[in-house]
Design a protein around this ligand. Structure first.
Ligand code: MN
Length: 261
């Protein structure tokens, strides 16, 4: 298997080292792992692409590239430049520092990279590691992802649903903020919504008297509805969420047609 990996925490992020190991295990000795990752952190850029600026790309080593762009740019760079002669069978994005469950999905550059791959018909999985007091200060905060991702991804690739729709399915996987041995299992979960935990602002005045606004996130451990991702994660389970880029609320179309047509 030929695997393209990227992330949104940047080419030097510890989570990318974890993902390189996971991908190498999946690819096997006959496979290949290619890295095209952002030169600098791109957390929170979602599915953004550099549309009005060119993207500088540097070859750092064998099958290893840094691009001065977003995670989605990196996927485009991988598909149309670095791996253009033999495209990847799979794109993996992560392992993100922090969860991409709930509303975080909408802001996540990690998920944005997987979206871009899915739009090009390539199988894609985003991986994120929940940070909690139970793992964040340990020597290996990514242990849950490192240990549980290889068998889980193998199963997802063989038993999961991979359709050929225009807006095809891709996957969002979040590992709970626990040591690997304490992970209870896997839950297929919908994208949740953390109530009263949206992003907000904190104003600061700079030394030169300018007003700056810092975006800050809400409480991450607030559970979502049963059957959804954050709840699975805080209860100790890996969440697996099938996603699709089609944002249409299909279940309301008929009702709206009756009202509007
Ligand atoms: Mn990130």
């Amino acid at each position: 298997m030929r695997i393209l990996i990227t992330n949104d925490d940047g080419i030097n992020a510890p989570g990318l080292v974890v993902l390189e190991k996971i991908a190498a295990e999946l690819a096997g000795p006959a496979g290949e792992v290619w890295v095209v990752a952002p030169a600098f952190e791109q957390s929170g850029v979602a599915h953004c692409i550099n549309y009005t600026h060119p993207t500088m790309i540097a070859e750092l080593g064998p099958r290893r590239f840094a691009a001065e762009g977003t995670p989605a740019d990196c996927v485009l760079a991988g598909l149309f430049h670095v791996m253009k002669d033999a495209p990847p069978d799979l794109v993996l994005s992560g392992v993100n520092r922090g969860n991409n469950s709930g509303e975080n999905v909408l802001y996540s550059g990690t998920v944005g990279a997987a979206m871009e791959a899915a739009l090009h018909g390539v199988k894609a999985i985003a991986l994120s590691q929940f940070m909690s007091p139970l793992n964040a200060r340990r020597s290996d905060p990514y242990e849950a992802a490192a240990v549980h991702a290889p068998p889980l991804l193998r199963r997802l690739l063989s038993e999961g649903i991979w359709d050929e729709a225009d807006y095809r399915l891709f996957y969002n996987v979040n590992f709970p903020g626990l040591p690997a041995a304490d992970v209870k299992g896997t839950r297929v979960a919908a994208q949740g919504f953390r109530r009263y935990s949206a992003f907000s602002l904190e104003p600061h005045v700079s030394p030169t008297g300018r007003q700056f606004l810092w975006i800050k996130s809400g409480e991450q451990g607030r559970p979502t509805l049963p059957g959804t991702d954050v709840t699975a994660n805080v209860e100790g389970y890996v969440s697996v969420t099938p996603l699709r880029c089609d944002l249409t609320a299909h279940e309301r179309l008929d009702e709206l047609r009756i009202a509007m047509e």
